[in-house]
Design a protein around this ligand. Structure first.
Ligand SMILES: N=C(N)NCCCC(=O)O
Ligand SMILES: [Zn+2]
Ligand SMILES: [Zn+2]
Length: 330
């Protein structure tokens, strides 16, 4: 069937939902073109269906597909930011990385290499996971492309700075300890947002602090509010190259039941989106949304939340790229 797409400023956008029902046809993220349907892309949405690093419920290998399927209702104009991301930049769906489900070390190598290949043209990646293990190779690639350690905002119920599970170093609970050890994070500008729930011991927090992480807990979001938190985060990060990692379990299980390690007392999807929107103008060099496990989802709640988080991240990146381009031409 012919794909009737919206085209603006020479950018090939989503299939037009006023001419082809949004529930029809094969699903890419936001019904955007595939990478092979555009000459070049500024922003690439890519899936990493990998969940061999999980400590509890499996299933986030199906997250990338679920987020795409839950993104059919997205529309091309983002009024919260006054941005039309797909008109400002060329955004495309780069499909899924083919990652070995039986060998974590090989999977990590593949993800890092694919991320480097995809960004060789200067484009920015927004990755749909997959479990949180994948953030490590994505961060390695982001730091290599930035030519320096990167700042990071990590939205999660969990610290993910634990050391090992069953002796394994590369798991979804350990990516950010490895990243600090590898020197790929700018430890002056790294923060968790939304953490909560029981830990193994007080030492978890002591270790985490020693690595340089700041913490904005889920309770802090409740008591301080979004504006104050955005202000503090912006201050800490400034214009450093910034990687954003969003574990969907940062949301309360009431907002995102479809995840592997749910914790009560989380932030709302509104709070998460508002904090993300508050990052407008920052130098985002890559982002991921991980830990969506559709077998535990209901009515696509988790998928819709994740697809909207990706949409606001794409909007921020598109806005910044368009403004930088304008400034360079002036
Ligand atoms: N990254 C996520 N979602 N969870 C980590 C939980 C590690 C644990 O089982 O203690
Ligand atoms: Zn988590
Ligand atoms: Zn996590």
């Amino acid at each position: 069937m012919e794909e009737l797409r919206i085209e603006e400023n020479g950018n090939i956008g989503p299939i037009d939902a006023s001419r082809i029902p949004r529930f029809a046809g094969l699903g890419t993220y936001a019904r955007l073109p595939r990478i092979d349907q555009v000459p070049a892309a500024d922003i690439k949405v890519v899936g990493v269906p990998f969940d061999a690093g999980v400590s509890y419920r499996p299933g986030s290998r199906f997250g990338s597909t679920h987020i795409r399927e839950s993104s059919r209702l997205l529309r091309p104009y983002n009024p919260a930011l006054d941005v039309s991301p797909f008109a400002l930049t060329q955004v495309a769906d780069a499909g899924d990385m083919a990652v070995n489900p039986f060998n974590i070390n090989e999977a990590i190598e593949t993800i890092q290499q694919n991320a480097l290949d995809l960004t060789a043209d200067g484009s920015t990646l927004v990755t749909l996971g997959g479990d949180h293990t994948i953030a490590l190779p994505l961060l390695r690639a982001a730091a290599e492309r930035a030519g320096a350690p990167v700042a990071m905002l990590h939205f999660d119920a969990h610290l993910d700075t634990w050391d090992t599970y069953f002796g394994a170093e590369y798991t979804h609970g350990t990516p950010f300890r490895r990243a600090v050890e590898e020197g790929i994070l700018d430890t002056e500008a790294i923060s968790h947002v939304g953490t909560r729930g029981p830990l193994y011991g007080k030492k978890d927090l002591e270790d985490d602090k020693r690595f340089g992480f700041g913490i904005v807990t889920s309770s802090d979001v409740y008591y301080q509010g979004v504006n104050e938190i955005v202000h503090k985060l912006r201050d800490r990060i400034g214009d450093r190259p910034l990687y954003i990692s969003v574990d969907i379990d940062v949301l309360d299980p009431a907002h995102a039941p479809g995840t592997g390690t749910p914790e009560a007392g989380g932030i709302t999807s509104r709070e998460l989106l508002e904090i993300i929107r508050g990052l407008r103008g920052m130098n985002i060099v890559g982002a991921d949304i991980v830990e969506v496990a559709p077998a535990y989802d209901h009515a696509e709640m988790t998928g819709v939340a994740a697809s909207h988080v990706a949409y606001d991240l794409v909007s921020l990146i598109a806005d910044k790229r368009a403004n930088d381009k304008k400034a360079a031409q002036a």
